[in-house]
Each structure stands twice: as structure tokens, then as C-alpha cells.
Design a protein around this ligand. Structure first.
Ligand code: AHM
Ligand code: MG
Length: 343
């Protein structure tokens, strides 16, 4: 099937870039100085650099593997290390950021916590699902932004990070797949932008995303099923049998960002419950579950740890794990029913 190209002059839809959208959003905050859009531009620049390398991933076998020198004489890095360094670099120079934390580093990077200009903390997973790189599967970057606390706890940079997800001022992700797409929210809906590689700009393609109230797919690593708490097995049986209106199909990549992105656009449910190997869940609260839950709620979905709302959890450590169940209203309600059943 061929795709038709419409002329920008005749298209009814105005072309809106992410940069313009962020500036528009910022106007909603009286007295905003522009520093927040400058901060977000650090993330967009970094993700453009990351996607450029992700697109070349298969070539590293030809041009040099990680840890080797390639034909241009450059040292090849593993992509997740590269992604981490790019984000650290692009965000590290933004004066408004006091603290950075990443999945790749055990300890947070305290940049300028004492400075009055430093108002934000950013946490990120630079390249989630990176084992998918070897097979041309989708991967993603996930980020969450919090404000410096406005009480005495601000003197401890760790406290900037250990805030519940409700305190996120912005969150988002980039999915590197058949196209590169950035989805973000500042608490005013979730909006998606597709990178146009020809002009190097993220262009608004999915305004005010709404998660369908019910879907057709569930997404879970069924290999772990024997060690799920029994309520999850019961729930999966009921999904398959059609107890909730229709039989469900399964879709699972094993890469959170594209698995969630599909769930948000098509409806349904994504589950990473506690397992024998990961009794606290596998996914990380601060830079995986929280930003995904923020986006999900902004799109009209629900995100829990099986017991309560993800965004209400008070984190105790930066790399803390949590079960994550996120999806459409209908499936999330049925799961909550299964979990509450006496057994
Ligand atoms: P990573 O941070 O080491 O990449 O692991 C996180 C990934 C998620 O993207 C995905 O949802 C999950 O691990 C898949 O785990 P599993 O392979 O156990 O199903
Ligand atoms: Mg990860």
C-alpha cells in the first residue's frame, strides 16, 4: 500500500513541533522563566542522539563491537552506556537541574544542589529493554522530573529524588521502534510526537492520547506464571476464557516502553507481578513505574502495584523495585476484583 504525501500548505492540521508545544504548555504557568523548556530540550536532544545510534546498532558488528575500536578509530560503547552518558551530558549542563539519577549508576549525581537556580531533579532509564537491541526489537528511554522539595528536606539531595510519583512535574518516554516517538506530560494530558528524521524535529502526531476503556490484549511474561501470586493466574485464565466480554490475545515484547505504548494506544493490560526471582517485582519504581503510571493516568488509564496506586508509593531508595500493573479501566477493575477475592 502506498502512503500519500500531503503538502504542508494544503494540510488542515497545523504542524506543531515538540519545542513549540512545550512553550505553549509553559504559558499555563504564570511567571515561568523558560528554564523548564530549556531542561526538556536537553532530554529531546539526548534522545535524538540516542536514536541515531540505535538506528546504526546492527552495523557495530561490521564496524566494531562494544569495547573495540571501529574502522573510524573510535572506541565502540555498549548502547546503554552511551545513552546514559549522552543524557548525563545534555542534562548536566542545564543550570536548573540539581540532581540526576540513572538506572546505569548506583549513586545519584549531585550537580548543584546548593544553588538557588537548581530547582529540579531528573531520573531516567537511558535505554530500557536493551537486550532487544540484538534482535532489532523496540527499546526506550524513560524519564521523570521532580521539583526540589520546598521544606527543610531540600538540603538532602536524596530527598529530591525520593518523592512519591504524584510529585512528578513532568514525565515521559521515547520509543525507538519502527519510528521514534516521544510521549510526555506535564499533567495536562499525554501527547505524542513522532521524530521526522528528514528535519530532525519531533512533530505532534498524537494529541491528548486517550487509553481505550477496554482492550483485546494482555501483556505479561507467561514464563513466570507458576510463581505469580494465585490471583494473577486466575485473572489470566479469565481473560483467556472470555469472562470479561471477549477472549483476549497476548502480546509481549519484553521491553517496557513499546509494551506499554501498545497497551496505551490499543487498550488492555500490562502486568509485571511479583515472581519467585523478583518477589518485590522486577521494574524500578522511580524511573520505570512512576513515569509510566503518570502517563497512563494522564491518558485515562490506571496503574497499581496490585495493592494500590503506583503514584502514591513513598520511595525509600533510588533503585527500589515494584510490581507494575497498568492498563485500561475495565481490565484494571477486573484484576482488582480477582486480587480482593477471598481464597
Ligand atoms: P532492563 O531495565 O534491564 O532493560 O529490564 C527491564 C525490562 C523491561 O523493559 C521489561 O518490561 C522487562 O524488563 C522484561 O522482563 P522479563 O524479561 O523478565 O520479562
Ligand atoms: Mg530498565
Amino acid at each position: 500500500m502506498t502512503q500519500s504525501l500531503s503538502s504542508p500548505r494544503t494540510s488542515k492540521q497545523p504542524i506543531l513541533t515538540l519545542q513549540q508545544h512545550i512553550l505553549q504548555e509553559q504559558k499555563r504557568f504564570p511567571g515561568a522563566s523558560g528554564e523548564f523548556s530549556w531542561l526538556l530540550s536537553g532530554i529531546t536532544l539526548a534522545t535524538k542522539m540516542i536514536q541515531a545510534q540505535v538506528r546504526r546498532a546492527g552495523l557495530t558488528d561490521i564496524l566494531g563491537a562494544a569495547g573495540e575500536t571501529n574502522v573510524q578509530g573510535e572506541l565502540q560503547q555498549k548502547l546503554d552506556v552511551y545513552a546514559d552518558e549522552v543524557l548525563m551530558h545534555c542534562l548536566g549542563v542545564r543550570e536548573s537541574i540539581g540532581v540526576l539519577a540513572s538506572e546505569e549508576n548506583e549513586h545519584p549525581l549531585i550537580l548543584r544542589a546548593g544553588s538557588p537556580d537548581a530547582k529540579y531533579a531528573v531520573v531516567f532509564d537511558p535505554l530500557d529493554g536493551s537486550s532487544n537491541i540484538d534482535v532489532n526489537g523496540g527499546v526506550g528511554t524513560i524519564f521523570s522530573i521532580m521539583k526540589r522539595p520546598n521544606d527543610e528536606s531540600a538540603s538532602d539531595p536524596l530527598k529530591w529524588l525520593l518523592q512519591p510519583g504524584t510529585q512528578q512535574v513532568a514525565a515521559g518516554y521515547v520509543v525507538y521502534s519502527s519510528s521514534t516517538m516521544l510521549v510526555y506530560s506535564v499533567g495536562n494530558g499525554a501527547h505524542g510526537f513522532t521524530l521526522d528524521p528528514a528535519i530532525g524535529a519531533y512533530v505532534l502526531s498524537h494529541e491528548n492520547i486517550r487509553m481505550p476503556k477496554v482492550g483485546k490484549y494482555y501483556s505479561v511474561n507467561e514464563g513466570n506464571r507458576d510463581s505469580f501470586p494465585p490471583a494473577y493466574s486466575r485473572f489470566l485464565d479469565r481473560l483467556r476464557k472470555g469472562d470479561f466480554g471477549h477472549p483476549y490475545s497476548s502480546r509481549y515484547i519484553g521491553s517496557l516502553v513499546p509494551d506499554f505504548h501498545r497497551t496505551m494506544l490499543k487498550g488492555g493490560i500490562f502486568l509485571y507481578p511479583p515472581t519467585a526471582d523478583h518477589p518485590q517485582g522486577k521494574l524500578r519504581l522511580l524511573y520505570e513505574a512512576n513515569p509510566i503510571a503518570f502517563i497512563a493516568e494522564q491518558a485515562g488509564g490506571i496503574a497499581t502495584n496490585g495493592q494500590g496506586r503506583i503514584l502514591d508509593i513513598h520511595p525509600e531508595s533510588i533503585h527500589q523495585r515494584t510490581p507494575l500493573i497498568v492498563g485500561s479501566e475495565t481490565e484494571m477493575r477486573e484484576l482488582a476484583r480477582c486480587v480482593a477475592e477471598p481464597r
